[in-house]
Design a protein around this ligand. Structure first.
Ligand code: ADP
Ligand code: MG
Length: 628
């Protein structure tokens, strides 16, 4: 038997490991199962190139709890180690890694910025074990060895009688870590970190009913057998070629990823690059609602099929963090802070690649089946619009597939829209005017008026649409957007025929004075307009710019574009050609005049859904008075 001292300068490394990593103890299992997987795959490689002259077979990794003995076993049938290799790889390599890690993260290990303590390695076992044993036999023709270390830098190494190839790690679970002797806890960890690892992992057994034989007798009784309970799927969809997968395979994998999710994904994007970086994965577009925040953090990040984290901030462009799915890349540095990650060139490339790939996929979906794409538009628009606003690279491509629906269910791209409008939808400055509504019901009368004049009215109702419109106007000089209830469309758009005012200039001045005395000045700017006598007498509109600014200050997923608050400002457009204008003007009775104006204003407010609370009560009361 050999005894020895592990060559580390820190006298007692294990209490330190425990202390620095207290929040992440559970990752020891991921590390040990990863090592077992590496050892198995190394053997596979060596047998495939003829270096190892042994049968590879169908190796599994077994995780076993010995509750009474307070031990946890991780057993593989991989490459194994000779005594010399244990000295080298465990005593030197693993522990120098430990020392280096501590050196590096002494001050920052607990910073929230670090993405998991990946690559912590073998010694992470000491976070939960007071003693660790390794019993291992190499694939080479050498005797097995038994290594024991109790958490001090001293270890023992002696021959063992293990005859099968591979390694068994035995953790003597410490008093404060007995949770790791619970079956539920271990199963949970294996499912979290190892669900898609490439070598089958056995954890316990389960009963399985044998298939009924073809020549089964009448009184055949189903037969049950105990089989290994394999916890993982070693060949998840993202590791396969897109050409080998059907639509159903993709959906099946989605269910595997999100067993609690009952909605089907709308479509998927298979990522697959190996130059200049390695990245595979599948992203899914789910049906999204307007609440963006709660839908984030569903994408899982893997490294060589080992789960790392479900916070992909900085790796995936922000607007795509609302998608679901998996990204697997060995090229993402993990023991670094988020801010470092965002500045990292390789990571930036990955993020750009994902953006491009998503844009290309959207474009081809649009081109291949426009009708289907239109049907899905409502469910995906929020992500795309958000992408247009936040990713210039995405915006460049978005013109090809971003749609602008009309209130009548037609869909236009921006170019189609321009073409459609080019005919006669211009304002006084010669700009193309795009009319839109944000709510079909609330703006019903305005929509009808606009349509009556032959205009297409878009239905743009995302919470961030004002920002999108603002951007479209900035980038398309000859385009201007106006909501149907904005500064009266008659004035915004060239009038078909000039209306002649029934009131003289003098009368108009008088009417304006009367109105301004009664209507609250801070909220309404009174404007007289000679319109068709059949048009409404009082119309409330909101200046497009003011309303949009106000919306922009409120919208955008919890202040993403926060801009401070804006006051309520409206126009009160009064039709001087309507009979009511004459009545107001010609009434001698002051209180009757006031009642007329208030009533008309309230009716205008009512049609804009602006009459509420106390005002509504007063209106109803006044109306009853008038008809009694
Ligand atoms: P890493 O896995 O990053 O190399 P570890 O600290 O996890 O670092 O492991 C150190 C080394 O110990 C490994 O590189 C490997 O050579 C050896 N090793 C660990 N576990 C096993 C195992 N189950 N079978 C064979 N070798 C192992
Ligand atoms: Mg390792």
């Amino acid at each position: 038997m050999t005894t020895g001292k592990i060559n580390v300068s820190v006298e007692n490394i294990f209490p330190l490991i425990k202390k620095f990593l207290y929040s992440d103890h559970e990752i020891f299992l991921r590390e040990l199962v990863s090592n077992a997987t590496d050892a198995t795959l190394k053997l596979k490689h060596l047998t495939s190139i003829g270096e190892a002259k042994v049968e590879y077979g169908n190796p599994v990794i077994e995780v076993k709890i010995d509750k009474e003995g307070k031990k946890l076993h991780i057993i593989d049938q991989g490459i194994g180690m000779t005594g010399e290799e244990v000295e080298k790889y465990i005593n030197q390599v693993a522990f120098s890694g430990a020392e280096e890690f501590l050196e590096k993260y002494k001050d920052s290990a607990k910073d929230s910025g670090i993405i998991g303590h990946f690559g912590l390695g073998f010694y992470s076992a000491f976070m939960v074990a007071e003693k660790v044993e390794i019993i291992t036999k190499s694939y080479k023709d050498e005797p097995a060895v038994h290594w024991v270390c109790d958490g001090s830098p001293e270890f023992t190494l002696e021959p063992a009688d293990k005859i099968t190839r591979g390694t068994e790690i035995v953790l003597h679970i410490a008093e404060d870590s007995t949770e790791f002797l619970e079956e539920g806890r271990i199963r949970g960890l294996l499912t979290k970190y190892n669900k898609f690892m490439p070598v089958p992992i056995k954890f316990g057994t389960r009963k399985e009913t044998l298939p009924k034989p073809e020549d089964a007798p009448e009184d055949y009784k189903a037969e049950e057998v105990e089989v290994d309970n394999i916890i993982n799927n070693p060949t998840p969809a993202w590791t396969k070629q897109p050409s080998d997968l059907t639509d159903e395979d993709y959906k099946q994998f989605y269910r595997e990823l999100y067993p609690m999710q009952f909605d089907e994904p709308l479509f998927n994007i298979h990522l697959n690059v190996d130059y200049p970086f390695n990245l595979t994965g599948i992203l899914y577009f789910p049906k999204l609602s307007a609440d963006l925040q709660i839908q984030k953090d569903k994408i899982q990040l893997y490294q060589n099929q080992v789960f790392v984290t479900d916070n992909v901030e900085g790796i995936v462009p922000e607007f795509l963090t609302m998608l679901r799915g998996v990204i697997d890349s060995p090229d993402i540095p993990l023991n670094v802070s988020r801010s470092y990650l965002q500045a990292d060139g390789a990571v930036k490339k990955i993020s750009n690649y994902i953006t491009r790939k998503v844009a290309d996929k959207l474009k081809s979906l649009f081109n291949e089946n426009r009708e289907d794409f239109e049907q899905k538009w409502n469910d995906i628009k929020i992500v795309l619009e958000y992408g247009m606003l936040t990713e210039p690279k995405f915006y460049e491509k978005a013109g090809a597939f971003v749609l602008y629906p009309t209130v009548d269910g037609k869909y236009f791209t921006i170019e189609e829209l321009k073409e459609k409008l080019a005919a006669n939808h211009t304002d006084k400055d010669g700009k193309l005017v795009v009319l839109y509504a944000s709510n079909k019901d609330a703006q019903h009368s305005f929509i009808e008026t606009a349509k009556g004049k032959g205009y297409e009215v878009l239905l743009l109702d995302s919470p961030i649409i004002s920002h999108v419109i603002q951007k479209l106007e900035a980038d398309n000089e000859n385009l201007t957007f106006a909501r149907v209830d904005a500064d009266h469309i008659d004035r915004l758009i060239k009038k078909d025929e000039e209306q002649i005012s029934k009131l003289s200039d003098e009368e108009k001045d008088k009417l304006k004075n009367v109105l301004e005395e009664i209507v609250p000045k801070q909220t309404y700017s009174v404007q007289l307009e000679a319109m068709d006598s059949s048009a409404a007498p009082f119309i409330i509109t909101q200046p497009e710019f003011m309303r949009r600014m106000k919306e922009m200050s409120q919208s955008g997923g919890g202040g993403m574009f926060g801009m401070g608050s804006f006051p309520e400002m409206y126009n009160l457009v009064v039709n001087t050609n309507h009979e009511l204008s004459g009545s107001i003007l010609n009434t001698e009775d002051k209180s009757h005049q006031e009642a007329l104006v208030k009533q008309a204003l309230d009716l205008a407010k009512l049609s804009q859904n602006l009459l509420k609370g106390e005002e509504l009560t007063a209106f109803v009361k006044r109306s009853f008075e008038m008809i009694k």
